[in-house]
Design a protein around this ligand. Structure first.
Ligand SMILES: [Mn+2]
Length: 324
């Protein structure tokens, strides 16, 4: 753990005020969970603080206490001076909120992406740590701030989602120790699992079914493609759902080394792409070829073209990465 950066972060949190907390577009468990935890941390220091994200909170995370304070626009009468950016490797990934970043006097960048660009005044980046939620847990410990129920559940959510339920290789001894402490403090894992993962609508499952039946294999079964088109959404009569878990299915296929999940955005000629690997192939390299990034085993990017063209480009680069 980078001691110097933790100390700088703590100092910056204590000595500044008028905080804006943000995270990457399409926020998931780690972004939302760590935002809520930092929100309560700053509240306990009597700071003025708002959480503002480009996108809405996904339905399966709305149960978290604190999710209701997350806004999509900065309140009119609030001028932020300090921004805390969580789980966001490049500042542009904060979407519409990124324009406010440069106006702030102090940028505090807390992240665990290997591709982080150190764009902050303070940069605390730990690529070996499971989640930003786990990092925020250490902040509470270091600052000797007590955990309330909202915080422990938010941090638990961050960890359990970003480790794929403790399945990914970012899961460490330390991760389990932290989780153990959270359980001791009152988190109920079974209850949390039910709320996060077993709260789906019939449309969620039917859309998954459509995506599953269209999985294709390339490069002798080493690359799996899964797509979700706007037409599939329209057939189900839904606007947007959480599809975070979809990619686990193509990834779980025997022999697959790269799983790619291509999702048509509601904006035409824009494809949201997620990559997963089983560890051998570095999909952070793959995503970075398209201006994205992430982790070795999990990454993403956006392509500005139609679906077929995106598929072609991704296949071409994936084959190159397999040959590395
Ligand atoms: Mn994360």
């Amino acid at each position: 753990m980078d001691r110097e950066s933790i100390n700088q972060t703590i100092e910056a949190l204590r000595n500044n005020d008028k905080f804006l907390i943000t995270a990457h577009v399409n926020p998931e468990g780690d972004s939302i969970g760590s935002q809520i935890a930092v929100y309560y941390l700053l509240k306990s220091l009597n700071k003025e603080v708002y959480i503002v994200n480009h996108d809405r909170v996904p339905d399966n995370l709305k149960f978290l206490a604190g999710a209701e304070v997350i806004l999509n626009e900065i309140p009119e009468d609030f001028v932020p001076k300090t921004i805390v950016i969580l789980d966001c490797p490049v500042k542009e990934r904060a979407g519409s909120v990124s324009k406010n970043i440069l106006d702030c006097e102090t940028i505090i960048n807390i992240d665990h992406h290997v591709s982080n660009e150190f764009f902050g005044d303070v940069n605390w980046v730990e690529s070996g740590v499971s989640s930003v939620g786990e990092m925020v847990f250490y902040l509470f410990k270091e600052m000797k701030i007590s955990f309330n129920k909202e915080v422990i559940e938010a941090i638990y959510t961050a960890i359990v989602t970003d480790t794929g339920m403790f399945n990914y290789n970012n899961t460490s001894n330390e991760t389990h120790k932290v989780t153990g402490e959270l359980i001791s403090a009152g988190v109920n894992p079974k209850e949390m699992h039910g709320k996060i993962f077993e709260n789906k609508s019939i449309s969620d499952i039917r859309l998954l079914g459509k995506a599953l039946s269209g999985i294709t294999l390339e490069a002798d079964g080493r690359i799996a493609f899964m797509v979700l088109t706007r037409k599939m959404y329209e057939e189900e009569g839904v606007e947007e759902i959480s599809t975070d878990e979809f990619i686990n299915f193509p990834r779980s296929l025997k022999g697959v080394e790269i799983a790619a999940f291509l999702k048509e955005n509601s904006v035409p000629e824009k494809i949201n792409v997620s990559f997963r690997s089983k560890g051998k192939v570095d999909v952070n390299i793959l995503a970075s070829k398209f201006g994205g990034g992430g982790h070795q085993q999990a990454s993403g990017c956006i392509l500005n073209c139609v679906l077929d063209e995106a598929r072609e480009k991704i296949l071409e680069e994936s084959i190159k990465v397999l040959e590395l």
